[in-house]
Structure formats: C-alpha cells, structure tokens
Design a protein around this ligand. Structure first.
Ligand code: NAD
Length: 515
C-alpha cells in the first residue's frame, strides 16, 4: 500500500539531544482493511516462492545491513537515545546472527519431515508438512526496536507468510528504516508492509483478523491482545515483561560478577526485558560486593558519544515509573548508594538518569515485585540456596535469570529449580543472543517461544499426513467386527504387556486378516 501525504504527521525527536530527526506519517485506521487485503493477495505467490529463494532474500538483507552498518547503528541510536555500541551489538549483530542461522537451518526446519508409523498402522507411512499460516501481524516495542521487529518479521517471511509490521510509536523512524531496507533489497512488494501508529492502530490491526499475532511488549497490552485474539481463536506468541534476578554465591568470581551486574542492570539504561532488576548476593561476600559495585558504577559515563556507556532513556514517561519505584523503596527504608532520584526533565539535555544502586531492600517492595525498566539495581543479601531459589521464584514474571557460582554443578542444579524461560550461568542476558536456542518466558513473561527451529516452525501450521498405497481391500479395524474383539484384546495384551510376545502378536494379526 502506498502512503499518501494527506495523512496525519508528527515530528520525531532524538531523546538524547531533543533534536528534530524526522517526521512520521501515521497510517489511518481506515486503511487497515486495505493492508490485509494486499497481504492476502500477495500471500499465495510468496508461499509458492521456493524456500531457497526466500532464504536468498535474507542473504541480501544480511549483506545490505553489513554494508550500511554505521548508518544503521547511528539511526537506531538517534531514534532511541542508546549509545552506538549498544545499537551495533544488541540490535544489529543479533539480527545478523539470526539471518546466518536461518540461511543454514531453515531448509531442515521447514522441509517435510518423515515420521515413524506404529505397528498398528502397518503398511502406512507418515510425515509432517509445515505450511505458512498466511498473514502474520508483528507488533513490536521501543526498547530494541530494530531487533525485536526484524527477527519475527524475517522468521515469518522465510516460512512463507506475508507480514504486517507495526513498530512502536515511541521509535517510529525504525519502521521507516525497515520498510526502506526491504525495498532496497527488492523484496517483492506486499511481503512485508510496515504501518505507523500507536495503540489505536495496534488494536485495529489485531481486530483485522490476522492468521497469527507475534507481540512483544508489556504484560498489560499482551493480555488485551490475547483476549481479543481469543474471540477469533487467533494463535499468538507473547513476549512480555521481566523482573530478572541475578543470584550470586560466595564462591563466584567476584570481579566478574560485579562487572556483569553493572552491565546487566544498566545496559540500554536498564530498558531491557532481561535487565537485572533484582540482585541477590550471598551474605558472606555482600560487603565486598557492594563496595566493588559502587566503584564500577561510578566509572560509567553518560552521554551520546561513541565512547559513552549509558545512553538516554528512550521514553520520557519511563521517568515517572522509575521515580515512583525509587521513592517507594526509599520511603520504606531503602538506601541509595549511587545516582539520585531523577528530577524533572529538560528534554534538550537528554533524558539521562545516573545509575542507581539501592540497598536495604525487602522482597515485598514494589521495586522487587514490579518491572521498572530503568537504570536501578536493588540488592538483597541471602544466606542459603533454598532461600535464594524461593526469592527468585517469588515473582509473577519468569523471563530470564542468572546464577553465579564456581561450582557449575550446583549452578545447573539451581537452574533446574528456577521457573524461568531462559537462564544463564556465570554470565548475564546473553541467552537471547544464541539463535539456536528457543526464547520465551514463563508466567506473566509470556506465551510461546521464538528463535531456533521453534522460531521458524511456529509461523507454520504443521499438517500431519499418514499415507497408504491403497492396494489392500480393507483394514483390520474396519467392519465387520464379528469375532474381532478377542483377537484385538490378545494382540494388545501380547504387544503392550511386560514383554512383547511376537509369536502371539503375529498369530493374532494373521487371524484378524482372515476375518
Ligand atoms: P507496550 O506494550 O506499551 O507497547 C508495545 C507495542 O504494542 C507498541 O507497538 C504499541 O503501540 C502496541 N500497542 C499498545 N497498545 C496496544 C493495543 N491495545 N493493541 C495492540 N497493540 C498495542 O510495550 P513497550 O512499552 O513498547 O515495551 C516495553 C515492554 O516490553 C516492557 O514490559 C518489556 O519488558 C517488554 N519487552 C519484552 C521483551 C521480550 O522479549 N519478552 C522484549 C522487549 C520488551
């Protein structure tokens, strides 16, 4: 669908500098039907495009991104306020790794798969065929706007679907960049359509009856989408919020764990679904840990240059949420060791918040129970394994956790006890960066998984096929039933009992064949 200039436009500012960086034309709600009609028209052609050719478009995409690396990193940075190193590593590199994965594994993941057929269906064969679902709606958030839009989009399109993408209104230029990239690699028109707008447009798209919804965002909106999708039984994947704990035992490498906690809590200004939002440190090392944590945190540089560590907050509204969490913690006895309560903002100076470490925190405080999505690190000491497992699992969220111990056996055992979709041992956050692994959360952190084989097959419906050459006149289990019951009963007893009695099995089958 072509954009027309008469639509509503709004300016876009760089949150780090307050500078005007572009203008967005909103997609009118009345055009939603048209987008679906076009996507449905293109679908039969795209689904018949050979998988090798679809993969080849992704190869072109990979090369395009590599050839425009600096430009893309800067544009992402400009629209989000994040520093360019983070745009490069967390947004672009992850996409490139996923494309490489798809180039290598999509054929195997999506091809027809021969499956075993049990004895009772003898003479037949079975296979699974993965067929694209149709039109996939992808709705993405603002914190990693490029990566979290691109990965579901390319996974859906390589599986043979057409896609409608709505990126976040908070970082709207990313949608424009994505549309431009697909145009430049000459992806056939209509395979990916990017629309621009906020929650009204998102809601209208959900009502437009896509064949699948892939949503990344807040729990609140995820629940609304799931409720709406249920009206039409539309399948969904929901990648929602997190409240991720880091569990540090006394035998862990202290310096490494401190550096990891600082990076894991403050990267992307803490606006990460897998940010460390709860740090549990074993009491024996608690004083040294806190000391080092402060030293490392104080070294961080805030700013927008290539060498700065912490960029700006992307969404001005986040500041109130961050403030409310910190105020609540401080009013209940929490102690701020670094940073300061965010003041009112002069957007011209950027939306910067110095990273805050808070101690003397209790498990039942808002700051431990609710997602704050900002550069805050609340720390709680613990004594025993049982205690810290209980504390970590005491959350409505279950996206990601990390366990730190020199005893990897113990760390793995604890990982088994944690009710989280993703766990990292002696590192933080990086499980999502391995495209071979499925990614998704438990509890309020979402429904379903993507990445890896799952991330391709989920955009298809599997058709299970059982086939027979059709030469036999009849089947054992067909009519007439006369005299068959004792023979089937004997067959079942001899085959499923303690031991298989092959002779009796064959005898029963031979007699059944004569009936
Ligand atoms: P959000 O839920 O406010 O918005 C996400 C998207 O949904 C936006 O594009 C928005 O326009 C759209 N939207 C809003 N209301 C809608 C509605 N009623 N119907 C359809 N679409 C609607 O989330 P956000 O603030 O953009 O992102 C931050 C949240 O996302 C955090 O909770 C974070 O933890 C979560 N997140 C999760 C993951 C993950 O992989 N699990 C990754 C990144 C972010």
């Amino acid at each position: 669908m072509e954009e027309k200039t008469s639509k509503k436009t709004y300016p876009v500012l760089n949150p780090a500098t307050g500078k005007f960086i572009g203008e967005i034309i909103e997609t009118p709600l009345e055009q939603v039907t048209g987008y679906y009609q076009y996507a449905r028209k293109v679908f039969p052609v795209w689904r018949k495009t050979a998988l090798a050719d679809r993969i080849n478009y992704l190869r072109q995409l990979r090369l395009y991104i590599v050839n425009h690396l600096d430009e893309l990193a800067y544009k992402i940075s400009e629209n989000t306020g994040k520093v360019t190193v983070e745009a490069l590593n967390a947004e672009i590199l992850t996409i490139l790794d996923t494309i490489k994965y798809i180039e290598k594994h999509a054929q195997r993941a999506l091809q027809k798969r021969k499956m075993p057929t049990p004895l009772f269906l003898f003479g037949k064969k079975s296979y699974i065929e993965y067929k694209p679902r149709g039109v996939v709606l992808v709705i993405s958030p603002w914190n990693y706007p490029f990566q979290l839009a691109m990965i579901p989009v390319i996974s859906a399109l390589v599986a043979g679907n057409t896609v409608i993408l709505k990126t976040s209104e908070v970082t709207p230029l990313i949608g424009t960049i994505i549309a431009e990239i697909f145009k430049n690699i000459k992806l056939p028109a209509g395979v990916v359509q990017v629309v621009h707008g906020g929650k009204e447009l998102g809601a209208a798209l959900v009502k437009g009856k896509p064949d699948y919804i892939f949503f990344t965002g807040s729990v609140h909106v995820g629940k609304k989408i799931q409720a709406e999708a249920a009206q039409e039984l539309i399948p969904t994947t929901l990648e929602l919020g997190g409240k991720d704990p880091m569990l540090v035992f006394a035998d862990a490498s202290l310096d490494r764990a401190v550096k990891a906690a600082v990076w894991g809590a403050f990267t992307n200004s803490g606006q990460v679904c897998m940010s460390i939002e709860r740090l549990y440190v074993q009491r024996k090392i608690y004083p040294q840990f806190i000391e080092k944590l402060q030293q490392e945190t104080k070294k961080l540089k805030l700013g927008f240059s290539e060498d700065d560590d912490i960029g700006s907050i992307t969404l001005p509204g986040q500041i109130d949420i961050i403030k409310a969490h910190v105020e609540d913690a401080l009013s209940k006895g929490g102690k701020l060791l670094t940073g300061q309560l965010p003041k009112d903002w002069d957007t011209k100076k950027g939306l910067y918040i110095a990273p805050m470490i808070i101690i003397d925190i209790k498990q039942n405080m808002k700051i431990i129970q609710e997602e704050f999505f900002g550069p805050i690190l609340p720390v709680i000491p613990f004594d025993t394994e049982e205690e810290v497992i209980r504390l970590a699992n005491d959350s409505v969220y279950g996206l990601h956790a990390s366990v730190w111990s020199a005893n990897t056996q113990r760390a793995k055992q604890i990982a088994t006890e944690l009710i989280f979709g993703n766990i990292v041992i002696n590192d933080v956050i990086i499980s999502a960066a391995n495209p071979h692994l499925p990614f998704g959360g438990t509890k309020y952190s979402g429904i379903g998984h993507y990445h890896g084989e799952t991330g391709l097959q989920m955009f298809c419906y599997p058709t299970a096929v059982v086939w027979d050459r059709g030469r036999k006149k009849t089947e054992l289990h067909w009519y007439p039933y006369k005299g068959k019951y004792p023979l089937f009963a004997s067959l079942i007893q001899n085959y499923f009992g303690k031991r298989i009695h092959w002779l009796n099995v064959i005898k029963s089958i031979t007699r059944l064949l004569k009936k």
